[in-house]
Ligand binder design. Structure first.
Ligand SMILES: Nc1nc2c(ncn2[C@@H]2O[C@H](COP(=O)(O)OP(=O)(O)OP(=O)(O)O)[C@@H](O)[C@H]2O)c(=O)[nH]1
Length: 212
């Protein structure tokens, strides 16, 4: 897994946090909404299947810098698949979520990766593979090793979580946030030291970053 570091600070003139779009992708019922709800509202409850897309925001405090995550929670049911690409356009990061007790959902996450690869150039978007529902270990169909090896083979970040038990949920979002800040810093350095905003504006929708 890549390590965060080498962060470029936002310019002194700006006190605004970086703004990044993170999209949650995966089959129905793997726990995408539950992960978002757990992270943003520290809550876990039965939620209805998402229709279209749900939207959350959270400011992540990373010490010297902060980052505002705009979290787009897409509907996993098959009938919504054809419209999902509309939501992940312009994303800076994606969580490919599967349910460790449903092998099908692991294969589906791999298909989502192919969809992302059609939309983005290599390295343009930070992708983490997330195996959810570790509290149901006795029903496990996808081993930790399988998830890890697939992630490594495609240069993805990887973690397992339980939204129910609040296991590694903040670590998932925190790790992605640190990677986003690191990327923004690297791009700022390449652009002569100016800070970079990964934003939801028109430039981001074309898969580019904006210089503040
Ligand atoms: N045991 C267990 N159940 C979970 C966990 N995360 C989610 N669930 C349950 O799994 C079911 C589906 O969760 P959702 O968060 O709605 O799943 P989703 O991926 O957003 O589903 P769609 O909206 O259909 O795409 C719900 O009954 C949740 O309570 C978990 O970590 N452990």
């Amino acid at each position: 897994m890549a390590q965060a570091g080498g962060l470029q600070q936002p310019s002194a003139a700006s006190s605004q946090p970086y703004v990044c779009k993170l999209v949650l992708l995966g089959s129905g019922s793997v726990g995408k909404s539950s992960l978002a709800l757990r992270y943003v509202k520290q809550d876990f409850r039965n939620v209805l299947p998402t229709v279209g897309c749900a939207f959350f925001t959270k400011v992540v405090d990373l010490g010297a810098s902060s980052l505002k995550l705009e979290i787009w929670d897409t509907a996993g049911q098959e009938k919504y698949h054809s419209v999902c690409h509309l939501y992940f356009r312009g994303a800076n990061a994606a969580l490919l979520v599967y349910d460790i007790t449903q092998e099908d959902s692991f294969h589906k996450a791999q298909q989502w990766l192919e969809d992302l690869e059609k939309e983005f150039s290599p390295g343009e978007v930070i992708v983490m593979l997330v195996g959810n529902k570790t509290d149901l270990g006795e029903e496990r169909e996808v081993t930790f090793q399988e998830g890890k090896e697939f992630a490594e083979s495609r240069s993805l970040l990887f973690m397992e979580t339980s939204a129910k038990l609040n296991y590694q949920v903040s670590e998932v979002f925190g790790t992605v946030a640190r990677e986003l800040l690191k990327k923004a810093g690297d791009q700022g350095s390449r652009q002569g030291g100016e800070a970079v905003v990964l934003t939801q504006g028109p430039a981001a929708r074309q898969g580019k970053c904006c210089i503040r």
